[in-house]
Design a protein around this ligand. Structure first.
Ligand SMILES: Cc1cc2nc3c(=O)[nH]c(=O)nc-3n(C[C@H](O)[C@H](O)[C@H](O)COP(=O)(O)OP(=O)(O)OC[C@H]3O[C@@H](n4cnc5c(N)ncnc54)[C@H](O)[C@@H]3O)c2cc1C
Length: 399
C-alpha cells in the first residue's frame, strides 16, 4: 500500500512514522520549506525559542519522547494574572474557592450526562445542549466561577473569546479532570531542545518527505488517489489529510463542504529579548479572547538572556506589535529587541451557527470506506497528547 500524507505537522509526521514502522510506504507533502507546522522552535547558538507548541501533557507523549530518545524536563508552571491597571491579581478571589469546589461538583454531574459524547479521542456526535457558546452554557447552569478558571487557558490556547467557542469544543478539550489540574498545578513536559526536535526525530524514520511542495489537487480515479502539486502528479492507494485545505483542492463535494465550514483563528506569537531576569508566565485578564491584544506571555533563559514569547489574536501588523509592546512596558518589562513574529491559524473548528449534532458523525461514516481520510486537529482536539492517541487509532485501522 502507498499512502500520501498532506502536511508535515505533528499529526502528519507521527502518522508517517507509525505507518513506516508497519512497513507501509509513505510520501509526506509539506508546503513550507520546513517541517513541524505548529511545532516550531527557532534554534541558534544563542537562543532556543519555542514559537508554537511549548508544553506537553500526556503519558503517551512521555513514552514517545523516551522511544525517540529525546531529552525532556518536567516542571511546574507558576502563573501570574494582571488586571486592567497592570496590577497583579489572584486568578480567583479567596472567597471564590469554596464556591468553585461546589460548582465543579455540579459541573461533574452535568457533564456526566454527556459522557459518551465527550469521552472519545476524536470529535463525534454532539448533544444539542452543547451546541451553544460556552458562556451561555455556563450562565444557564449558573457556573460563574468555572468561567473565570477556564477562560485564560481557552483564550491563550487559541480558542478565542469564550463567547464564541462552543461548549462542545471547550468540554472536549478541557474535561473536569483537566480543570482540576489547573487548580492543583501539575508538572508539565518540556523538550530540552524544543518541539522541533520531536518532529526531526520522527522524520528520521520517514524515507520520502517532499518539502516546499504545496498540494493543489486531490482526486480519486479508478480507486486510486491522485495527488497534484504545481510541478507533478502522483498516484497512491490512500491519502491522509492533516491540514485544512482551500476550497476546490479536494475534488469531492462532501470534503469540500467540510473544508468550507471549518474555520481557524488568526493568532500570533512574538518573541522579544528582555532585560528582566525572573518573570512568571502571565495572563492579561482584561484582554482574554480579544482581537489584537496580548493574551499571555512566558519566558525562558538562554545563555544569560531572557527570551519572552507573547501571544495575541489577529493578523500580524505594527498595531498589534505596538499593543503588545505597550502592555509589556506597562507591566514593567524592559524590552531590548523584537526577535521575531510568527503568524498562525489555529484550532480548526466550525462556528456556532454551522455546527450540527451529526457534523462529525457524518464525516466518520463517509471516511469508513473512503481512500481519503482527514486526521489530526481537523477531527480531534488540538493538543499533542490527544493528537497522538487519535493518529494512533487511525494508523491501527489502516494496518
Ligand atoms: C502558539 C501556539 C501554541 C500552542 N501551544 C501548545 C502547547 O503548548 N501544547 C500543545 O499540545 N499544543 C499546543 N498548540 C497546538 C498544537 O501546536 C497544534 O494543535 C498541533 O501542532 C497541530 O498539529 P497538526 O499536525 O495537526 O497540524 P499543523 O501543525 O497545522 O500541520 C499542518 C501542516 O500542513 C501543511 N500544509 C498546509 N497546507 C498544505 C498543502 N496544501 N500542501 C502541503 N502541506 C500543507 C502546513 O504547512 C503544516 O506544516 C499550540 C499552537 C499554537 C499556534
Amino acid at each position: 500500500m502507498k499512502v500520501a500524507i498532506i502536511g508535515a505537522g505533528f499529526s502528519g509526521m507521527l502518522a508517517a512514522y507509525l505507518l513506516e514502522k508497519e512497513g507501509i510506504d509513505v510520501t509526506v507533502y509539506e508546503k513550507q520549506e520546513y517541517l513541524g507546522g505548529h511545532c516550531r522552535t527557532i534554534a541558534s547558538i544563542n537562543e532556543n525559542i519555542e514559537l508554537g507548541t511549548t508544553v506537553l501533557f500526556s503519558k503517551s507523549i512521555k513514552e514517545l519522547l523516551i522511544e525517540l530518545q529525546i531529552d525532556y524536563t518536567e516542571r511546574f508552571i507558576y502563573r501570574n494574572y494582571i488586571d486592567d491597571n497592570y496590577n497583579n491579581v489572584e486568578h480567583m478571589l479567596s472567597d471564590e474557592i469554596s464556591l468553585l469546589i461546589e460548582e465543579l461538583n455540579r459541573l461533574r454531574v452535568i457533564l456526566d450526562r454527556y459522557t459518551p459524547i465527550l469521552q472519545g479521542t476524536n470529535y463525534g456526535n454532539i448533544h444539542k445542549d452543547l451546541l451553544v457558546p460556552l458562556k451561555t452554557f455556563l450562565k444557564n447552569n449558573n457556573l460563574n466561577i468555572v468561567h473565570h478558571v477556564i477562560e485564560p487557558y481557552l483564550s491563550s490556547f487559541g480558542f478565542g473569546n469564550i463567547e464564541d467557542v462552543q461548549a462542545y469544543y471547550a468540554f472536549k478539550t478541557f474535561n473536569i479532570n483537566t480543570i482540576y489540574t489547573f487548580i492543583q498545578g501539575k508538572k508539565l513536559l518540556f523538550i530540552k531542545k524544543g518541539t522541533t526536535e520531536l518532529i526531526h526525530k520522527l522524520s528520521k524514520k520517514v524515507s520520502d518527505i517532499r518539502l516546499s511542495l504545496e498540494v493543489t489537487n486531490i482526486d480519486i480515479k479508478d480507486n486510486k488517489v491522485i495527488v497534484d502539486t504545481i510541478y507533478n502528479s502522483e498516484s497512491f492507494d490512500k491519502v491522509l489529510i492533516a491540514t485544512k485545505l482551500p476550497i476546490g483542492v479536494i475534488k469531492n463535494q462532501f470534503y469540500n463542504k467540510f473544508m468550507e465550514k471549518v474555520i481557524t483563528n488568526p493568532f500570533i506569537s512574538c518573541a522579544f529579548e528582555v532585560t528582566n531576569k525572573k518573570l512568571t508566565t502571565t495572563y492579561y485578564k482584561t484582554n482574554l479572547g480579544k482581537k489584537g491584544k496580548i493574551q499571555c506571555f512566558h519566558t525562558s533563559r538562554h545563555n544569560h538572556k531572557t527570551i519572552l514569547v507573547a501571544y495575541a489574536y489577529g493578523i500580524a501588523n505594527n498595531k498589534i506589535i505596538d499593543n503588545i509592546t505597550n502592555d509589556l512596558c506597562h507591566t514593567g518589562i524592559d524590552i531590548k529587541r523584537l526577535i521575531t513574529v510568527k503568524q498562525w491559524d489555529i484550532f480548526p473548528h466550525v462556528e456556532n451557527k454551522k455546527l450540527t449534532e451529526d457534523f462529525y458523525e457524518e464525516l466518520f461514516n463517509r471516511q469508513k470506506d473512503s481512500n481519503m481520510r482527514l486526521i489530526g486537529s481537523l477531527i480531534s482536539k488540538p493538543e499533542l497528547g490527544n493528537l497522538y492517541l487519535s493518529v494512533n487509532e487511525i494508523v491501527k485501522e489502516l494496518t
